[in-house]
Ligand binder design. Sequence first.
Ligand SMILES: C[S@@+](CC[C@H](N)C(=O)[O-])C[C@H]1O[C@@H](n2cnc3c(N)ncnc32)[C@H](O)[C@@H]1O
Length: 253
Amino acid sequence: MMISQVNFGYPWFLSYGHLTITAAMLVLFLAGYARKWSRTLMVLIGAVAVWSFTGFLAARFVLDINGRVALPTQAFLPSGKGRVLDMGAGTGRSTFMVLEARPQTTVVALDLFGDSYERHFGPGTSGQERLVANLRAAGLEQRTTIQTGDMRKLPFEPATFDAAVSAYAIDHLNRTGITASLAEASRVLKPGGEFLLMLIGKDPWLYFTFGPLLVHSGTLPPARWTNFLQAAGFQVIEQGRRPATLYFLARKP
Ligand SMILES: C[S@@+](CC[C@H](N)C(=O)[O-])C[C@H]1O[C@@H](n2cnc3c(N)ncnc32)[C@H](O)[C@@H]1O
C-alpha cells in the first residue's frame, strides 16, 4: 500500500542549508586545532559555527516553512463556515491552514502555477498535481477546488466569496500588482466578507538567519499595507505579528 505524505515542497536549504555551513566550520575547526591556527581565526570559525547552528534552529523550528502554518487570528471566520478564496495557494500550505482550522469551509485554491510557482517549489510535476497530491494525502480534496488564474484579475463573479486569504503571495507583486490584487479581493467578497492578508514579517531574527536572502519586493512598512487595504475599500479590523509574519484582518463594508 502506498502511503502518501503532505509535502509543501519549499526547498530543503531553507530548512537545512545552515547545517552545511556548520559542518564545514566543524571540519575547519578540527583542522585548525590540529595545525595550531591563530586564536583569532579559531574564534572566527567558532562564531560562524554558532551563527549557522542557531540559524538552523530558527529556520527549522521557528520558520518551519514546510510545516503547517496556524491561523494568525481566531477572529478570522469565527462562524467556521463559508466559501473561501486562497489567492496564491502554491502547494497548499495556506489552503490547509483554512480547511483545518475551519472545518466547515470550502476553499477555492487559486494560483498561476507559472514561473513564480517554479521559483518557489522547483520544476517537477505540474503545480496542480502537487497541490492535489497534498490535499489527497490529508483527505481535504473534497473541500477544495483548484483554479489556475491570476490574482490581479480574478476569474470570478463579484460578491461570490465569504472570505479570502492570501499568504506570502501578494508581497511578491509590484505596487501595481498589489493594488490590483487587493481591489480584486474586495470585488469578489460579499459585503461583510473578511480578508486575511499574511505577509513576510521583517523580524530581526529572520534577518539574522537569512540576511540579504530575505529581501522580498513587498516587505513594506505596516502602514503602507494599511493604506493599500483602505484604498481597496477594506476596513482593517486587526493587525499583528506572528513569527516571520505580518498579518492584517480586514473586512469589506
Ligand atoms: C511563496 S508562495 C505562497 C504559497 C502559499 N500561499 C503558502 O502559504 O505556502 C507564493 C505563491 O503565489 C503565487 N503567485 C504569484 N503571483 C501570482 C499571481 N499573480 N496570481 C496567482 N498566484 C500568484 C506563486 O505561484 C506561488 O505559488
